[in-house]
Design a protein around this ligand. Structure first.
Ligand SMILES: [Zn+2]
Length: 574
């Protein structure tokens, strides 16, 4: 009994002490900033700014009103940002909440979130332990009318303002070691997060207006070889989260691509990188002629399906991805025939899980029902987390693949499950090719993935993709083309070019131009210097589309020693 009394007494004391609560509120608000100060690649003065500015800011905010409890509750959106930020630290180890991250939240669905939630559990527990107590204390404080006195508030406001001024001054002498500059909107939390949120909201609004801003766009595309007699089919297969390093075709020591390994007429592009590690950006680059360098033109443009349509092809899009109100949806729904097998329950938001091979049967049906020349887009779900759900049981080749929690201790199981998804992708692609072979048409097929994936590969313990700072494993993707005998026989110079180009450094910005050029489509928007079936392919330093939609050479994307080691080991060029 005495023990209980003691605890109650102590608790009552804290709640009765508004000054102690004031500092406690500030401390919990400072948590993300302290972590930033440790992890950001910034000089020591910059690190001081990262701490002093938010300290001054929160001291100012909390000394403005006597009821600091109510004030903390009003600041709940800020607490929510802190929580989001800490979960991201747990997931990626560094980086501010990116604009793309806000957009990913807006474009994801309940199933994807559910699949991810389990892996984030430790960070969610941490966030609750950190922020529920101050919120409870704030309610109690408000209820008890335990307010800060005027003297303390006035006494605190002065140093708080001084801290703000000092941090502004010091920022002139601060440097981010990667960019060589220092800006509050990029470096100082929570300013950087709020800036990214505002950037994301603006972008979201622009995306919403896309149907209007792009409505008058045409490629003025037409076909050069109208004399052909045989049917032509051009197929673009977009993979999901597939990384080249786990493909046997790319030198992996496991037999993950046994079918493709023995596939005739297959061309493997050995050095391919994505221009973005984020699905909605990467796929929109794959599906259009915009690239990292001119991404902002996307709001006025249309996609590859429109170009094929204008050139007289019947266009078919078959998807195993949920619709998500991004450019992917705009571009794919332009098709004459659009079907998605990944339907969402409107009430629960849960999607029904389908395996990619269902797309092949659908494709066969469409090829049979639609005579004439076709452009077919297959948007797969490939190796998207949760890996175990991407393949049927017959593809449980690498075991154990049962992942009970996402952590380094389950790396073996995670990699096994991931490798099974590649094995299944190999099966899916070879089945697609077989089915296309049987049509007797002239066929060109291109497969690439939107981005790769981290799988606890090194001491950084990175997992998944879409981190604001990419990694080697997220950047390097498989990129293959297959041609039917009929196509090869009639396109000698294009095939010669493919043979020459397959060792060159390429990016996802080549897809649009390669497909159009392969199909003999002409438009002013076709750049033969980006076509892999062109002898005039030009290679230049590869670009990456950063979080603010600016093109940056991928080597300047804050890659780490572990990444550079892998780039060198696999002979990946600039
Ligand atoms: Zn993706």
């Amino acid at each position: 009994m005495p023990k209980n009394i003691h605890i109650t007494k102590k608790y009552t004391k804290v709640i009765d002490n508004p000054i102690a609560l004031f500092w406690f509120y500030i401390l919990v608000n400072m948590a993300p900033s302290l972590y930033f100060a440790i992890t950001q690649p910034i000089d020591i003065i910059g690190k001081l700014v990262i701490i002093l500015f938010p300290l001054g800011l929160y001291m100012t905010i909390f000394s403005l009103f006597k009821n600091s409890g109510a004030w903390l509750l009003l600041c709940f959106p800020l607490i929510f940002l802190h929580a989001f930020q800490i979960v991201l630290f747990y997931l990626y180890g560094e980086d501010v909440i990116a604009a793309d991250m806000f957009l990913n939240v807006a474009t994801t669905n309940t199933s994807e979130i559910n699949e991810l939630l389990g892996s984030l559990l430790p960070s969610i527990v941490l966030v609750c332990a950190l922020y529920i107590p101050p919120l409870v204390l704030a309610i109690l404080q408000w209820k008890k009318k335990n307010y800060l006195d005027r003297f303390f508030r006035r006494q605190t406001l002065r140093p708080a303002l001084l801290l703000l001024m000092a941090s502004l001054l010091l920022s002139f002498f601060s440097v981010n070691k990667n960019t060589g500059s220092f800006a509050f909107k990029h470096e100082v939390y929570p300013i950087n997060t709020l800036y990214n949120l505002q950037f994301a909201v603006n972008k979201w609004n622009r995306i919403k207006q896309y149907p209007e801003t792009s409505k008058d766009f045409y490629f003025q595309a037409h076909r050069k070889d109208t004399q052909h007699t045989e049917r032509q089919i051009y197929v673009l297969v977009i993979g999901e989260t597939s990384r080249a390093d786990n493909w046997q075709l790319y030198g992996y020591n496991r037999k993950t691509t046994p079918n493709l390994r023995n596939q005739n007429n297959l061309y493997v592009f050995e050095d391919a990188l994505t221009q973005s590690n984020t699905t909605h950006k990467s796929v929109s680059i794959i599906l259009s002629d915009v690239e990292a360098k001119d991404y902002n033109n996307i709001y006025q443009k249309k996609g590859i399906i429109q170009a094929f349509k204008e050139a007289g092809f019947k266009t078919i899009c078959l998807s195993n991805q949920a619709e998500n109100a991004s450019f992917i949806e705009f571009f794919t729904k332009d098709a004459d025939i659009y079907k998605t097998i990944r339907t969402t329950d409107t009430k629960t938001g849960i999607t029904v899980n389908h395996y990619d091979e269902e797309l092949v049967a659908l494709m066969e049906e469409e090829i049979e029902q639609n005579s004439g020349d076709l452009f077919i887009l297959l948007h797969t779900y490939g190796s998207h987390f949760n890996y175990m759900e991407r393949y049927p049981s017959e593809f449980k080749n690498f075991v154990p693949d049962q992942v009970n929690s996402v952590s380094r201790s389950y790396r073996k199981e995670l990699v096994n499950a991931y490798d099974n998804t590649i094995l299944y992708t190999d099966f899916f692609l070879s089945k697609t090719i077989k089915s296309l072979e049987q049509t007797q048409a002239k066929v060109a097929l291109l497969y690439t993935s939107d981005h790769g994936e981290d799988l606890f590969d090194d001491n950084r313990n990175k997992f998944l993709h879409a981190s604001p700072t990419p990694t080697y494993y997220q950047l390097r993707i498989p990129f293959i083309m297959w041609f039917s005998d009929g196509y090869i026989n009639q396109n000698t110079s294009r095939m010669h070019a493919v043979g020459q180009n397959r060792k060159k450094p390429i990016s996802t910005n080549t897809v649009f131009h390669t497909m159009l050029h392969a199909a003999h489509i002409q438009t002013d928007y076709l750049k033969q210097e980006l076509s892999l079936v062109s002898e005039t392919l030009v290679t230049e330093p590869r670009m990456y589309l950063n979080d603010h939609d600016i093109a940056v050479p991928y080597l300047k994307m804050n890659l780490k020693k572990e990444d550079f080691d892998m780039l060198e080991k696999n002979n990946i060029q600039e």
